[in-house]
Write a protein that binds this ligand. Structure first.
Ligand code: GLN
Length: 542
């Protein structure tokens, strides 16, 4: 049985064709195609839950502000809530930046998100068995954290999210505050000024080593001396409370509304046991490395406060994703940092982000990352996604053992290493998450169906010429012949039949090309299809 189109499934058309059929704009047509991919009830309406389920599978969570705004806009007085007709569906799709339609069409940056999630989950399970390393205890309060904790969270540049384990438990940023302090300093002063006070060379020694470059400045912003220096550059004229609010607010925006806390016990504990950082501070002051007017004690306290900011893995992944986009928070679609500054920050994370393991990390993993002694690891896969891993046991260098193992396992599976692009996917055996399943076939089908619906005979011919089977169907079982028949594209129908397209193909609602043509009032096309294929003589149809 072909699917009939009840009145509520029809969208307000932009006009009426000669045959009386509604004429839809391209946009309406594409929304209608989206709508038609959902199960419709007898009145042609769809379930909002099915829409949410499809979004969830694509990685768009129900609490995503981008879709919540769209949803709540529909709760207008006089509007029946519940099932959606085509007009309301279009209104929802139009209330956001296309995220709903792109998610449903599988056009987000990681199209096969469920597969990616599955891989992350299996890595998570394996990491649970890894128990080597030790929790940092040089800051006494940090030593009290449960060493078994493990959280993994990912957020793509399109805001597709997934997390597992202790992903909503807070931990201290510690050194993960360093790239953001560097970015805040860059935004405020520009790179030339910032780099008069801090270099951009890997140090090759421990993160708190008492050593400066030949110029008497910290070697880079990702080690303690460099981070203390960057802290001195953030809002230096403001009082301490305002400076802290400023940084905390930057984190709040990076976390796209996620919870940001402050661990006062860790702050006090670190301040009381910070001889090394004080020594670094005095060393730099003696070398006149600080900007003029910087107060050393205030600077150090401000740095300790930044290290004691608390965040959970979900929010840290959103932060990493904002770096992956080049400075735009994907969930709020707001720009937080300039792309140029993010580029500088990612470069330094790549060369200096993992303490004196940075060289090996760049070699094996090939991604910008930053670790902290509370066990957090922020990883950026530029233009694809951000990742947060939290597991408190550290190796001798100070990096989370499970964090490093996660990065290794992930980059063994996926072609995320900066230079994986040099090796073809087939040779490396690594997956490209940006590719759709059966991408080549899928693209061909879409192109063929679109060209057929538009009556673009040249492009139909061109697509068939690439070797695609004229009877191939899309996810819903719709073939090019269905599309051409629905739109009354007589010449295309004739051509496809000649090419051997199956006139009896049924879509997932049971419709054939002939029933589509019939429904839309394209009698010549319907006639041609019912006589097909044996007795189709091109000249015989008028
Ligand atoms: N607050 C810590 C310190 O200054 C941060 C170090 C780290 O995470 N590596 O020692």
């Amino acid at each position: 049985m072909s699917k009939t189109q009840p009145a509520s499934a029809r969208v307000r058309s932009v006009g009426v064709s000669d045959s009386g059929a509604p004429v839809l704009s391209d946009k309406q047509r594409s929304y209608k195609a989206l709508f038609d991919s959902f199960t419709q009830d007898s009145e042609g309406r769809i379930s909002p839950f099915e829409v949410l389920t499809r979004l969830r599978r694509a990685g768009i969570c129900a609490d995503d502000r981008r879709i919540q705004d769209a949803w709540s806009a529909l709760d207008t007085p006089g509007q029946e809530s519940g099932r959606l007709d085509l007009d309301r569906f279009i209104a929802i799709c139009q209330r956001n930046s296309g995220i709903i339609s792109r998610a449903i069409r599988g056009e987000l940056v990681v199209p096969d998100f469920p597969r990616f999630v599955q891989d992350i989950e299996s890595i998570y399970q394996e990491l649970l068995n890894e128990r080597s390393g030790a929790v940092a205890n040089y800051i006494p309060q940090l030593g009290r954290v449960d060493p078994e904790r493990l959280a993994i969270a990912v957020c793509t540049t399109d805001g597709q999210r997934f997390s597992v384990g202790d992903h909503s438990v807070n931990f201290c940023l510690q050194s993960v505050c360093k790239p953001i302090n560097y970015l805040l300093a860059l935004e405020e002063h520009g790179a030339p000024t910032v780099h008069r006070h801090v270099g951009c060379e890997p140090s090759g020694v421990r993160f708190n080593e008492l050593s400066l470059s030949d110029k008497g400045i910290p070697r880079n912003p990702m080690i303690n001396s460099g981070a203390i220096m960057c802290s001195s550059l953030i809002r230096p004229a403001d009082n301490m409370a305002d400076r802290f609010d400023y940084v905390a607010d930057a984190w709040r925006r990076l976390a796209s509304g996620g919870r940001i806390g402050f661990n006062n016990a860790v702050y006090l504990s670190e301040r009381d046991s910070a001889d090394r950082n004080f020594a670094l501070g005095y060393f730099m002051r003696e070398k006149k490395a600080f900007p003029s007017g910087a107060d050393l004690l205030h600077t150090l306290e401000f740095y300790f406060q930044c290290c004691s900011i608390e965040i959970d893995a979900d929010s840290l992944a959103a932060t990493a994703a904002a770096l992956a986009t080049g400075g735009v928070a994907p969930l709020t679609e707001t720009r937080l940092f300039s792309t140029d500054n993010v580029k500088k920050c990612l470069s330094l994370m790549s060369s200096c982000g993992m303490y004196d393991y940075s060289g090996e990390f760049a070699f094996h993993i090939g991604l910008p990352a930053k670790s902290g002694v509370a066990g957090a690891l922020l990883i950026v896969v530029p233009q694809i996604l951000g990742i947060a891993v939290w597991s408190p046991r550290l190796d001798e260098v100070g990096n989370s053992v499970r964090g490093i193992k996660f990065a290794r396992m992930l980059t063994e599976k996926y072609n995320f290493h900066a230079y994986d692009g040099l090796v073809s996917g087939d040779e490396s055996g690594k997956r490209d998450p940006r590719r759709r399943k059966n991408e080549t076939t899928a693209d061909g089908v879409v192109r063929l169906c679109w060209a057929a619906s538009q009556g673009d005979l040249d492009d139909v011919r061109g697509t068939i010429a690439t070797g695609i089977d004229p009877s191939t169907s899309d996810y819903d079982g719709r073939t090019a012949l269905h599309l051409a028949a629905s739109e009354g594209q007589l010449e295309v129908v004739r051509y496809l039949l000649q090419q051997g397209a199956n006139p009896h193909a049924r879509d997932r609602w049971g419709g054939t090309p002939a029933t589509d043509a019939d429904r839309e009032g394209h009698t010549a096309v319907a006639r041609l299809l019912t006589r097909a294929p044996a007795d189709d003589k091109p000249a015989a149809v008028s």
